[in-house]
Design a protein around this ligand. Structure first.
Ligand SMILES: [Zn+2]
Length: 217
């Protein structure tokens, strides 16, 4: 059981919570999708839509795979030979694909994850996988940011962790106020990133000084 920030609601924290016990069967899920097709005003039996429920079922399994992943376990294999490295390790521009829990539409953006090691480091791809494990759930960006930071803090016990996420919310761009090109930025800093203005400034300039075109793709 992860003990992350106590301020966070419990269901979001457990990697494999007992919600899975209440999971509908594929058949029940496909029936629900046919209901939504009818709600949209179309006919789920017409040819183009006939296989849509099973496709949506499969994409749900992919988009929400994070519920079956334990982010703490992902980080547990760490390396202790840091050879005295005690500067910032930054993984920049990690693509984030999540879904807003209020409207169930995509949140697309990028995360920058940094830490200053104390005794141990972790393979950098693991940081991206932790981000994925939390992103592939129904989320709000604020909680996603905190969960990534707290998990790294808890397992690696570094001198500090910083997570910055910039993302666009389709619930704002394709519905509601219909404002596109707007991004929301959230951050969570712990330890030296929170307490030391120089370290924080160094991080922010590392994030800002990316190569042109590095964001694309
Ligand atoms: Zn929303």
């Amino acid at each position: 059981m992860n003990e992350l920030s106590p301020a966070l609601p419990a269901p979001a924290l457990s990697a494999t919570s007992n919600v899975s016990a209440a999971k509908p069967t594929q058949e029940e899920a496909e029936e629900a999708i046919r209901t939504l097709i009818r709600l949209a005003g179309d006919d789920p039996t017409r040819e183009g839509l006939r296989d849509t429920p099973s496709r949506v079922f499969r994409s749900y399994q992919e988009m929400f795979a994070g519920y079956a992943t334990d982010p703490v376990a992902l980080l547990e294999r760490t390396f202790e030979e840091v050879e005295g490295y005690d500067e910032i390790v930054l993984l920049r521009d990690i693509r984030i694909e999540s879904h807003c829990e209020h409207h169930m539409v995509p949140i697309i953006g990028r995360a920058h994850i940094a830490y200053v090691p104390r005794n141990r480091v972790v393979g950098i791809s693991k940081l991206a996988r932790v981000a994925d494990a939390y992103a592939r759930r129904l989320q709000i960006q604020e909680r996603l940011t905190v969960q990534i930071a707290e998990t790294i803090d808890q397992v690696l016990k570094p001198q500090g962790v910083a997570v910055v996420i910039e993302a666009g919310h389709q619930c704002m761009s394709t519905r509601g106020v219909h404002k596109s090109g707007v991004s929301m930025v959230t951050s969570r800093m712990t330890g030296c990133f929170r307490d030391n203005a120089t370290t924080r400034r160094e991080l922010l300039s590392l994030i800002a000084n990316r190569a042109p075109g590095a964001l694309e793709g």
